[in-house]
Design a binder for this molecule. Sequence first.
Ligand SMILES: NC(=O)c1ccc[n+]([C@@H]2O[C@H](COP(=O)([O-])OP(=O)(O)OC[C@H]3O[C@@H](n4cnc5c(N)ncnc54)[C@H](O)[C@@H]3O)[C@@H](O)[C@H]2O)c1
Length: 330
Amino acid sequence: MPVRLGFIGVGGIAGAHLDAAQKHGIPVTAMYDINPDTMKERQQRYGIPHIVSSAQAVADHPEVDAVVVCTPQFVHLEGIRAACNARKPLFTEKPLSRTLADSYEAVRLVEEAGIVAQIGFVRRYCPEWGKFRELIEAGVIGRPVVWWMAGGGPGPGSSFFNQADQGGGPMLDGMVHNYDFLRCMWGEPTRVVGSMVRLHPINTALDTGTAIIEFASGDRHTVLNSWGMPSGVRSGGLHNVLGPKGILYFSDPDNDPPVGLNRDEFGYLVTKHEGGRREVHPFKKWNMYEAQLVDFVKAAEEGRKQTRATITDGLRAQQIALAILGEYSF
Ligand SMILES: NC(=O)c1ccc[n+]([C@@H]2O[C@H](COP(=O)([O-])OP(=O)(O)OC[C@H]3O[C@@H](n4cnc5c(N)ncnc54)[C@H](O)[C@@H]3O)[C@@H](O)[C@H]2O)c1
């Protein structure tokens, strides 16, 4: 019998997982959300049979084999605890939680329950970032590299994202994907520096700033990010990787797609080298949310504890975020 999923929280990101489940024939049998209208909409759209009245009721439901937690991070622990109590496989969205105390408790509960558990570091399944990693590891632009990323806007729709004690702002909620990806490539950082400020008066989180993350290899990441802009206002973006033998561009600086490349099926990255020589690096596209859910369901079926991204990976990436926010030191 296929693994049947129960959802705790069915708002924005749950939609990506529900689409993936529907596409791959993975049954979703129960859900709980504090917003009844959201549940009603999800039930109509995805035909989820059971609406229940608590996180624990999702995890305990006899037609649920694995639990998916898509609530905001300041309440992730409630869903994690429910899955651990029921001793059922757990997928939780990132970041692991808002506070280290919650995350230490999450790690403890998961270890004690001995369940399959995975955190939603979906960039581990991203074909574009996978290609980026492959090119860096192949030495195409040499080593060490400096990965630059910058961008700014008002941030995501729900208000919790920019509240200090709920979402924690962009350097925790948004950039935690980067910290996890950095750890995959280069291990634990040797130094983390953050300089943060709050720009938008409605936000309580530090919504704007800069972080530098350094590694023993000499590689580093510099990120400038803001979720402190008024609605409708966005900065330009910057996303490059600099190395001694060239630059890797996530967006083609010449806007010159290779002739004959089927852009529906393939994307590409560009590197530039000595004398302006340009190289194009195509990659096959796929939906990273689908790849992630299918892999989690397989891990649950197989009882595979070593999932692609573990709860401890969640804790480690969160520690980097909290170091940037001045709430943790290495
Ligand atoms: N991996 C990714 O790419 C990605 C993208 C977006 C969001 N996220 C993460 O997913 C989580 C949810 O974000 P979102 O964008 O879906 O937010 P959202 O506000 O759109 O949805 C959250 C849902 O949780 C419900 N909820 C809140 N508290 C609850 C509780 N105690 N019990 C049950 N339901 C509750 C809300 O009613 C809402 O429907 C966050 O942790 C966020 O960081 C991950």
